[in-house]
Design a protein around this ligand. Structure first.
Ligand code: AKG
Length: 285
């Protein structure tokens, strides 16, 4: 369980790093299964519904950047989304009833792992209230060198920045007023988790170290948070319930919102959407 101090920290600053959520055996299994997918990616030469590839990916030298929906690919990932320790932490922060609105496994391999430009998840999927967060299961120790998750403490209480370029959503902050001067790294060891609020400004630089940095991300929403875009089918919506009873009564709060429209020119993953940026938004980093 999280301590009251950790809960207060999350509400004040919008993020947390929590150590020792998974056992060593669980982490070992996670690495093994994830390595198998890198092997499988040798068979593909272009992005697929399952795999997002780094530039330079080949059969001889596979460079798998992301598993797009790992819970559909392996029961280990599916079970982890329902892991008792993880759900206990999430419920302490956003309430008992939970849905999941996405999952992915980002791999930053040594020497070339791509950056993820500054963005706010809320710019991708605004809801009727902002009790949404992402849990990152840390598969490899995060270090300053291997592209740890970066956050801007307290930014979850601030504005939603412009994420459009040349009239289209691009999945990255483009607002010239944005500054990352107060950013911090969320340093967590393998087996721990990062947690960030849906409105948190976050990103990560490329991995220029000799060590991998893989992060399995689960997005959770309070069960009474309804998406402002992309809601189409009641039954499939309720299949995303992780715990608690579905409700047809959204909790509606007055919050800053930008819709992710007109839609991105490049789609398939955040890396693709952000690839239209003319230069990185990482400032001096
Ligand atoms: O992998 C990371 O460092 C950041 C992940 C993220 O924010 C995303 O994929 O949306």
């Amino acid at each position: 369980m999280l301590t009251q101090e950790q809960i207060d920290f999350y509400h004040e600053y919008g993020y947390l790093g929590v150590e020792n959520v998974l056992s060593e055996d669980e982490v070992a299994e996670l690495r093994l299964v994830t390595d198998e997918f890198v092997e499988k990616s040798r068979k593909v030469t272009e992005h697929t519904a399952e795999f997002d590839l780094e530039p330079g990916h080949t059969t001889e030298n596979p460079r798998l950047r992301r598993l797009k929906s790992p819970i559909l690919l392996h029961e280990l990932y599916r079970n982890l989304m329902h892991h008792e320790n993880i759900l206990a932490h999430v419920s302490q922060l956003i309430g008992y009833g939970l849905r999941s609105n996405g999952n992915k496994l980002n791999m930053k391999q040594p020497g070339y792992g791509s950056p993820v430009e500054w963005h706010q998840d809320w710019a991708f999927y605004p809801h009727t209230n902002d009790d949404l967060l992402a849990v990152g299961v840390v598969i490899d120790d995060m270090t300053e060198e291997n592209g740890p998750l970066l956050v801007i403490p307290g930014s979850h209480k601030g504005p939603i920045y412009d994420h459009n370029l040349d009239g289209h959503f691009c999945g990255a902050v483009t607002d010239p007023a944005f500054s990352d001067e107060t950013a911090v790294s969320v340093m967590v060891k393998a087996g721990g988790v990062t947690i960030h609020h849906v409105r948190m400004l976050h990103g990560s630089v490329g991995n220029m170290s000799n060590h991998p940095r893989r992060l399995l991300l689960f997005q959770y929403c309070a069960i009474d948070a309804f998406p402002l875009a992309g809601f189409n089918d009641w039954d499939s919506f309720n299949e995303t319930v992780v715990r608690g009873e579905p409700t047809n009564i959204p909790r509606v709060e007055s919050l800053p919102v930008r819709m992710p429209y007109p839609p991105a020119l490049r789609t398939g993953s955040i890396y693709e959407s952000q690839s239209v940026l003319k230069e990185s938004n990482f400032g001096q980093r």
